[in-house]
Ligand binder design. Structure first.
Ligand code: CA
Length: 225
């Protein structure tokens, strides 16, 4: 799956190496060089993975992971550290990171760690949004206590929305993540499936959960838009 990755790294050589390598693997990469920019980036964008350096000009990059965890986000995070002393590794794991890499590291090793943390992390086992409840493992969804029968593709779309709740997702991004990159970008499959989902999830309820954001895409959230 193509991922949206945030690299938080102030050393230009390492940041450039990660950006080129991960872009080459088909991912979309944003690079920021300090903690303040990282906080802003995660507030605006729903990333699938964070790669975070610990020694940034304005503090420890793990702070941004800790803050996300406190808000309940389980976005996989790998800590990049030049400090290879064991106590700092342990602190890194307790700080909410899923894994760490000691610099310098081989790109192949990074890819292996990324595969491990993203495989291990369904972003949650169960997601609740207002009276919508999604059981990720069982592939079942309920609204107001009643099960909603969904096809595999509808469930994949609902899960993607739910894992990025509150974030406006463009059609292109949804297409990449749920259907893969081989799809014709001019297709209207996203709009078609969103209408199927709406008919099942929102029809007959006073508070719709799937909202259209004109010119931008769609968002799943409990508040009205
Ligand atoms: Ca650094």
């Amino acid at each position: 799956m193509r991922m949206r990755i945030l690299v938080v790294e102030d050393e230009p050589k390492i940041a450039g190496f990660l950006d080129r390598g991960l872009t080459g693997e088909g991912h979309r990469v944003d690079v920021v060089t300090d903690l303040a920019a990282a906080r802003l980036a995660v507030a605006v964008e729903a990333y699938d993975l964070l790669l975070v350096d610990r020694m940034l000009p304005d503090g420890d990059g793990l702070a941004v992971v800790r803050e996300l965890r406190r808000q309940g986000a389980r976005t996989p995070a790998i800590c990049l550290t030049a400090r290879d002393r064991i106590e700092e590794r342990v602190e890194g794991l307790y700080g909410g990171a899923d894994d760490y890499l000691v610099k310098p590291f081989e790109f192949e090793e990074l890819l292996a760690r990324i595969a491990a943390v993203t495989r291990r992390t369904p972003l949650a086992d169960r997601i609740e949004i207002a009276d919508l409840s999604i059981d990720i493992a069982a592939h079942r969804a309920f609204r107001a206590g009643r099960e909603i029968p969904l096809t595999a593709q509808e469930f994949a779309l609902l899960r993607y929305f739910a894992e990025h709740r509150g974030h406006v997702l463009s059609r292109t991004r949804i297409l990449d993540a749920v259907w893969g990159t081989t799809h014709d970008p001019r297709t209207n499959v996203v709009d078609v499936y969103v209408s199927y989902l709406r008919a099942k999830i929102d029809k007959g309820f006073d508070t719709p959960l799937i909202h259209t954001v004109r010119g931008a895409g769609y968002v799943l959230e409990a508040q009205a838009r």
